[in-house]
Design a protein around this ligand. Sequence first.
Ligand code: AMP
Length: 544
Amino acid sequence: MLGLMQDWPLLVHKIIDHAALYHGGREVVSRSVEGPIVRTDYRAIAARARKVAHALDRLGIRLGDRVATLAWNTARHIEAWYGIAGIGAIYHTLNPRLFPDQLVYIANHAGDKVLFFDATFAGLVEALAPRLPGIELFVCLTDAAHLPKANIPNLVAYEEFIAGADDHFAWKEFDEHTACGLCYTSGTTGNPKGVLYSHRSNVLHAFIAGQADAMGLRAVDCVLPVVPMFHANAWAMAFVAPMIGAKLVLPGARLDGDSLCELLTGEKVTMTAAVPTVWLALLHYLEKTGKTLPDMKRVLIGGAAAPRAMIETFEKKYGIAVVHAWGMTEMSPLGTLGTLKPAIAELPYERQLDYKVKQGHPPFGVEMKIVDDDDRELPRDGRAFGRLKVRGPAVAKAYFRGEGEGAFGPDDWFDTGDVATIDADGYMTITDRAKDVIKSGGEWISTIEIENIAVGHPAIAEAAVIGIAHPKWDERPLLVVVLKPGLHATREEMLAYLSGRIARWWMPDDVVFVDAIPHTATGKIQKMALRERFGQYRLPTAAA
Ligand code: AMP
């Protein structure tokens, strides 16, 4: 017998309609690409999103068509997302930090028909345009006065494009399983793969992310997603904030410490989110200037492991609670969040920190398990570590156009490519990417754990551990570190610092100091580039 409840399709544009009706005057503040700080609200965004929908419809964009965006976090970008989705077309976020060849591959693979882009990227778009034959219209997210003088065919300013369009244009009607968004994973091996979100998965993911022990956003909050909309949906913030009526602050193109601090303080931001490298720069800026962030209550750190020292600095020095989160593009992206369960909240602070450095526990809506090489489930004892598999209503079941089939197992269990432990309380710890883990004498060494401890050294800004070939042990760890400006440390000091903090056989066989560690387009340490750079490196222990 079926239930007798209504079929109320979970459609993304219903979120912005709800925000317009119940939180209509709630502010959305952007640092515009043109320069000034621009203020609007959910009511205006919803109306302008309908204009985008109408303008695209006039152009002939139909259900299932892909409309790309190459843009920073601004109100216009959000309007574009909702407008595209509202006619059943698919917003496709392009990451401007990728190489031009990758962007060309991705846009052509996606079959994008229109490209919305920020004026910042006019030069890039000019170079790409001849290689993107499928794109019929280039829409620069600005007004006619600021339209860059670039040699781009079929170029129009966004404000001209939506001028005259109907701000009461009716959304199209379609099933909640209709595709809504597309984002390619940066994929360090093989070609990038497209993750195709549906309206249903995006709405459910926003519900999941918004839970009190997940992001816990409320209408009284003011949230600043530093994490770009082109990095896995800005971790759901563009959906959760309007859903619950939080004020939204969008940082545009300027993500440096000074610019961020100005917005965080000036707009009284209570919650923000980004990858550790962004926080590294902000903390450095705060330390240098002696500034504080009095309104900030919570910071979400994810995308790469949050080091213990970073968590401690935010919490102890600035009184800002850290929520460490893990996820991936394929998961919309949230998988786990490190909020404290009651028994852990009662522990002394130092013990709580042991849990905060873990990647957290899954909210309802995410299932997870760890398995061995024969796909047998491993115990949840905090010690056994294996491949992390996940499933849920906001987890991918295939990649766009059938790429990368191997990752999707029976019963929808998706192999994340991460290696992890899960403890008895359900807290998961990423020990490594499967391809980064160091295999020493048949045992696995977690590079992330060593890196986390190494950056606790007061002179160290950033650390990476990679495996170097070893005649006796197969691989042994090499610690690569970047010093903080003006500070100094020696190889021996680093080894002495690690000694006693990690297992003896995990101790790096050597330490090298570098000027910078390379990062991927989504801010992760580029281990592959480091492995290439140190491919011929000979460890002092190799002769033994
Ligand atoms: P992306 O799809 O670009 O967001 O990358 C997802 C990958 O980033 C995951 O599979 C992890 O390897 C890594 N990652 C994300 N969050 C964390 C975290 N908190 N700690 C360690 N690794 C993380």
